[in-house]
Design a protein around this ligand. Structure first.
Ligand SMILES: [Zn+2]
Length: 483
């Protein structure tokens, strides 16, 4: 309270003085709630998106030079904001070597045991939609209109979607992959001989992976195949449970992906359980199949929006008083290939994993979810730990994930760390927007008001977390385990 005000108050009658004191007290309280110590400017948010989601970055394809451009942008923003290099060698960018399979010779599908079934051939009977380049074999499970609601999948299955299940296809494939299916064969009635031949020469289907592991913890280790109608007819004649083999011979070429890593050292740096990790992913799908003449998958929402959140949280925290805890800011590469950047990071962290108290990942915060209350984001794995409810007690606009069937908790960079015990969860806006993984996930389809407010709403709760000694815990039985 300014001194002149006190002097003036001393001249007032007693009851008026009391009223004045109440008024001053309440207005100070109102002021402290209404005016946050930091205000995120909409133009900062827009500026990051203007670059990251621009056509110049060609969709920030995983493990491409475009992804490195995005990582370099994040690193240069960290530098500008006073965020220190997060890696022990004094750099901001962690280069991660991947291997990319390069197919040698013909890929075939046939029963594993000798039979009179003439093998199906790539380029003639099918095309590879995506593959890690590894041969696989397993028991055939045929999905038809009759059994689609009840069919069960097991680890190692080769799944045949013998009809076009339309909007159900994606969730069917997800169910199969989550159960551990290795190969998914699906009818693609649109395949023409010319397309089959062209795709056989197109290496886009090949999925880079970390050396020594063909898959990934977010489920990268499977192959999807598009089949002609004739090929489906032939496979449908085999009985369920037939051991079916996909035969691929591939050599491995090196590819690189990039994580941008910054750190704001806290006053208590070095104490156990004290660091906080704020993260997002840099990459998106790059260029691909054109939709309405647009072949650039800009990923403005997925996940330039989360990357923007990490930069602006770094901005706010670096501009304030030094926090008690050390805060790491990490934007990963190759999330879209199955969390490869984050899986590498968890094995090569600048601090031991057990010194990370919590990880918050930010994904797709560019739109309001129609199922969530206005202005509120969902937190994946809400009921698994006490992190979300505690952040809400400190003002966070977070809530339970209304899409349990989507298994979002297992579908982002939080998951590889969660599997190693770190309480790691993802805050997201609209979980299932119509622009998801489409070329029109671009700046025009972002809700900048929502996004700016979403970032703003996270600042004080994150600042609290960085200054508290709160160590979130998994609730009993809720810590995820590697299957
Ligand atoms: Zn994403």
């Amino acid at each position: 309270m300014p001194l002149s005000f006190i002097l003036r108050a001393m001249l007032l009658p007693k009851n008026l003085l009391r009223m004045t004191a109440i008024f001053v007290f309440t207005s100070v309280l109102a002021f402290s709630q209404a005016a946050p110590s930091w205000k995120v400017k909409p133009e900062w948010v827009r500026a990051h998106e203007m670059f990251l989601a621009s056509d110049a970055l060609r969709g920030r394809g995983s493990a491409t030079p475009d992804e490195l451009l995005a990582a370099t942008y994040v690193a240069s923003q960290f530098k500008r904001l006073g965020i220190k290099p997060g890696l022990p060698d004094g750099s901001y960018i962690q280069r991660v070597q991947l291997v990319e399979p390069v197919i040698q010779g013909k890929v075939t599908i046939a029963p594993s045991h000798p039979s009179n079934f003439a093998p199906l051939e790539e380029g003639k009977d099918f095309s590879l939609t995506r593959t890690n380049g590894e041969s696989a074999s397993g028991a055939l499970v045929k999905v038809t209109r009759e059994n689609v609601e009840t069919v069960a999948f097991r680890s190692g299955n080769v799944v045949l979607l013998s009809e076009d299940f339309g909007g159900q296809t994606r969730s069917l494939m997800r169910r199969a992959v989550m159960a551990g299916a290795k190969v998914i064969l699906r009818l693609d009635a649109s395949l023409t001989p010319a397309m089959l031949q062209e795709r056989a020469n197109n290496p886009a289907a090949l999925r880079p992976h970390l050396p020594g592991s063909s898959g990934s913890v977010i489920g990268g280790g499977f192959t999807i195949v598009g089949l002609t109608g004739d090929a489906v007819t032939r496979l449908s004649k085999l009985s369920d449970g037939t051991d079916l083999s996909l035969r691929i011979s591939a050599k491995e070429e090196p590819r690189y992906t990039y994580n941008a890593v910054g750190v704001l050292p806290g006053k208590e740096s070095g104490k156990l359980g004290k660091a906080i990790l704020l993260s997002a992913h840099l990459d998106h799908l790059g260029t691909g199949e054109p939709v309405n003449g647009d072949a650039i998958y800009n990923g403005a929402n997925d996940d330039a929006s989360g990357t923007t959140a990490v930069i602006e949280l770094a901005h706010a925290l670096a501009a304030g008083a030094t926090p008690q805890r050390t805060v790491y800011f990490v934007c990963y590469g190759s999330e879209e290939l199955g969390g490869l950047g984050s899986t590498y990071f968890r094995e090569h962290t600048p601090v031991p994993l057990d010194q990370i108290a919590a990880n918050l990942e930010f994904e797709m915060i560019g739109n309001q979810d129609p199922k969530m209350p206005k202005g509120r984001m969902l937190l994946t794995g809400w009921g698994r730990s006490n992190l979300g409810p505690t952040l809400v007690q400190h003002g966070a606009l977070l809530g339970d994930d209304p899409y349990p069937e989507q298994r979002f908790f297992e579908r982002s960079d939080n998951y590889p760390l969660a599997l190693k015990g770190v309480v790691a969860q993802t805050a997201a806006g609209w979980g299932t927007p119509p622009t998801y993984h489409k070329p029109d996930d671009d700046i025009e389809h972002l809700n900048f008001d929502f996004m700016t407010e979403a970032i703003q709403s996270l600042i004080e709760p994150v600042r609290w977390l960085a200054n508290s000694d709160f160590v979130p815990q998994w609730l009993p039985g809720e810590q995820p385990k590697e299957h």
